[in-house]
Design a binder for this molecule. Structure first.
Ligand code: MRU
Length: 358
């Protein structure tokens, strides 16, 4: 199975190399990010995107910046201050996905604990970033196993945006069960909604599933209602950018509409995400900050006007699906069901315990 690698270390460790997702599916272009501005720009412009992946890129990028600074002779005390400043700047790039602040929190902890010189600090940060990546890969696999158990042979699965290998350090979250089912010879078919305005569904989900030989059909968001009346999917699998303590889920704008349709038509609706996406300090979905994107992303689609140049635009990047519409939340710890709050607390505690015992 061919799986894209959305990020890797540059050979000298002074930079990271990303697969530029704004160029897909037409071109497979890698770019090296070696400065803070390049890392910030890549996250804000969605060259790298998807909640777990932006956490991984933030951590790896930070570690590469520290390595570069240490090699150019920056002393320990000064480097610590730089790392703090870089964390703050990277954390401000995208507000909704909690994985970004979660990963940077781990990097800040590593900074606080490492008392050695500048090379030791840079090495410690690289090790932590690598651990965040490795753990995400493993979490994706386990989400895949739990999600796979929800699929029957011949299942038609509706998904939204891209919560696959391109959005994580492994085989994805919402797409992970599909990769594992396909590998096991189970017949699964994917319906990928286009995901206006940046088309992560049609450009990225369709591309990565086709690379893996998984059956996929793209449909416009406008077509989703008709799909449910004419030929409903068996299940809906979506990713998440932040899951509040009560089980409300923020994910790509358009997710809420799918959840309403799924409920109306009696189709099970699952959000699949690692416990790093669960934010127990955010009590409900109403407290989740929703990123709004530039109007130009709606007024202009890939170089051509798609609306009058000066029309007013409302463009939230995410919406919140209330937990009441969610059948289950699949994490690496298993499937959480209502009441979600105790189930999510248990999953987060189990994940912390597993990490501590490593
Ligand atoms: O704006 P994006 O492309 O970063 O939005 C991505 C999503 O909404 C994904 O569904 C979510 O981050 C989960 S990725 C495993």
């Amino acid at each position: 199975m061919e799986k894209p690698t959305p990020v890797r270390w540059a050979a000298d460790g002074n930079a990271i190399v990303i697969l530029d997702q704004t160029r897909l599916p037409g071109q497979r272009v890698e770019s090296e990010l070696g400065t803070l501005d390049e890392i910030v720009e890549a996250i804000q412009s969605l060259r790298v995107r998807g909640a777990p992946l932006i956490g991984i890129v933030a951590a790896m990028g930070l570690a590469a910046l520290a390595r570069r600074a240490e090699r150019s002779g920056v002393p320990r005390e000064e480097l610590g201050g730089f790392v703090e400043d870089w964390c703050s700047r990277i954390a401000a790039t995208r507000p909704t996905a909690v994985n970004l602040t979660w990963a940077l929190g781990r990097m800040r902890d590593a900074l606080a604990r490492e008392k050695g010189d500048a090379p030791a600090l840079a090495a410690r940060l690289a090790e932590e970033a690598q651990a965040i990546w490795d753990e995400d890969r493993e979490m994706c696999h386990r989400i895949g196993q739990h999600g796979c158990a929800l699929l029957t042979d011949g299942a038609r699965v509706l998904t939204h945006c891209n919560a696959g290998a391109l959005a994580t350090g492994g085989i994805g979250t919402a797409l992970a069960p599909l990769y594992l089912a396909h590998e096991a010879g189970v017949d699964v078919r994917v319906l990928a909604s286009e995901t206006r305005p940046l088309l992560q569904g049609s450009r990225l989900t369709a591309w990565e599933l086709m690379q893996a030989g998984i059956d996929v059909t793209v449909l416009t968001e406008g077509g989703v209602g008709g799909l449910f009346t004419e030929d409903p999917p068996d299940v809906v699998f979506v990713g998440a950018d932040r899951i509040a303590a009560n089980g409300d889920v923020a994910n790509k704008v358009g997710t809420y509409a799918l959840a309403v349709l799924a409920r109306r038509h009696g189709v099970p609706f699952y959000a699949l995400a690692p416990t790093s996406t669960v934010d127990l300090t955010t009590l409900t979905g109403a407290d989740i900050p929703i990123e709004h994107r530039s109007a130009d992303e709606v007024r202009e689609g890939f170089g051509r006007p798609t609306a009058p140049a000066d029309v007013r635009v409302w463009s939230p990047a995410f919406d919140v699906t209330p937990s009441g519409l969610i059948t289950g939340i699949v994490t690496e710890q298993g499937v959480c069901r209502a009441p979600f709050e105790p189930a999510l607390r248990e999953a987060v505690a189990a994940a912390a315990e597993a990490r501590a015992s490593r």
